[in-house]
Write a protein that binds this ligand. Structure first.
Ligand code: ADP
Ligand code: MN
Ligand code: MN
Ligand code: MN
Ligand code: MN
Length: 350
């Protein structure tokens, strides 16, 4: 065995680097993330790659090859150096989008309405688990004290998991993601980070990479991240992905704000939206715990019990953005941003 102090330093001009290819699998109702590593020669762009779709619910064993098409590359804050993260779309071997690829449709809608300059900011809530229990819940059973002191709290009796949260924030910044903040949530072990405001596809790309980083960092602590919508039954807040949205017209005037709110309530729209807002929406949008009932659309200024909230400052300024409070933490942001752009921009175009 070679003693450690005789191991050579790596050459200063790195001859290869690691690309972590990340993709969204075919697990349903809620997709999960997969990734694998490719070693690339220095200076080489990450090429198209392949994987075994029969192991990710994306193919049958007898015709299992699927294609990974790089769509968004960032520095890899886990490995550092020249290494990168490569978010991919999944394609069939004829390079058509795979049926589980929701990004392709989101790109199509975003491009169709590009002139309206849509921006999104998504508030991603999540819950940390150790084994079967949320972090901060007594191991042997029973419950922590009732909700109240935990939201944006400080101190060991109110807060768990902050080390992971801080590492994740730094990692997102180092990766160049459009992360705009973090906060502890209402239920112990529950946290939030926000991505945006940036364009619809960019928001969703960054959110998926930020989710991957969160899973990856928590893994080192033996902690599992749940994006489940109602991780603990009973008097405990669910986990959402409040989706803030504006177009250029909405950022310039109040009439467009109202048009957008009305369009989301038009015949057939509430159900169409809720059907892509994540699994278990009925369990979370009960009308309690700062939610509106999933099957009853409403909007209002400052109202955290409405489906869509107009922030008070937006009413004061007579311009700005709206917050769709319905999407679940486990939603697919490609589908969420796609339906919102489609519904609101169609109405605003008239
Ligand atoms: P809340 O008060 O609901 O907790 P947050 O501060 O958590 O709000 O999140 C607000 C989100 O709205 C942020 O992600 C921010 O980037 C986003 N946002 C701000 N302005 C706009 C805008 N004009 N259009 C879209 N999103 C916006
Ligand atoms: Mn193999
Ligand atoms: Mn928030
Ligand atoms: Mn929140
Ligand atoms: Mn919110």
């Amino acid at each position: 065995m070679v003693p450690p102090d005789t191991i050579e330093e790596p050459a200063e001009d790195q001859v290869s680097y690691k690309a972590e290819y990340i993709w969204i699998d075919g697990t349903r109702p809620t997709a999960t993330l997969r990734s694998k590593t490719k070693i690339l020669a220095d200076g080489a762009e990450p090429p198209i790659w392949g994987f075994d779709g029969s192991s990710t619910n994306q193919a049958e064993g007898h015709a299992s090859d699927r294609v990974l098409k790089p769509v968004f590359t960032s520095p890899d804050p886990i490995r550092g150096g020249e290494n990168v993260l490569v978010l991919c779309e999944v394609e069939n071997i004829d390079f058509t989008p795979h049926e589980t690829n929701t990004r392709a449709a989101a790109v199509e809608v975003a491009e169709r309405f590009a002139a309206q300059e849509s921006w999104f900011g998504i508030e991603q809530e999540y819950t940390m688990f150790e084994g079967e229990r949320p972090l901060g819940f007594p191991e042997g059973g029973g419950f922590p004290g009732p909700q109240g002191p935990y939201y944006c709290g400080v101190g060991a009796s109110n807060i768990v998991g902050r080390e992971i949260v801080e590492k994740h924030l730094d990692a997102c910044l180092a990766a160049g993601l459009a992360i705009s903040g973090i906060n502890a949530e209402v239920m112990p072990g529950q946290w939030e980070f926000q991505i945006g405001p940036v364009g619809p596809v960019e928001t969703a790309d960054h959110l998926w990479v930020a989710r991957w980083l969160l899973h990856r960092i928590a893994e080192d602590y033996g902690v599992t991240i749940s994006f489940g919508a109602k991780p603990v039954k009973g008097d405990w807040n669910g986990a959402g992905a409040h989706t803030n949205f504006s177009t250029k017209a909405m950022r310039e005037g109040y009439e467009a704000i109202i048009t957008a709110c009305e369009s989301l309530g038009a015949e057939g729209k509430p159900l169409e939206h809720v059907s892509v807002y994540g699994d278990g929406i009925q369990d979370r949008l009960t009308g309690l715990h700062e939610t509106a009932p999933w099957n009853k659309y409403s909007y209002g200024v400052s109202n955290r019990g409405a489906s869509v909230r107009i922030p008070w400052q937006v009413e004061v300024d007579q311009k700005g953005y709206i917050e769709d409070r319905r999407p679940n933490a486990n939603c697919d942001p490609y589908s969420v941003t796609r339906v919102i752009v489609d519904t609101c921009c169609t109405a605003l175009e008239k």
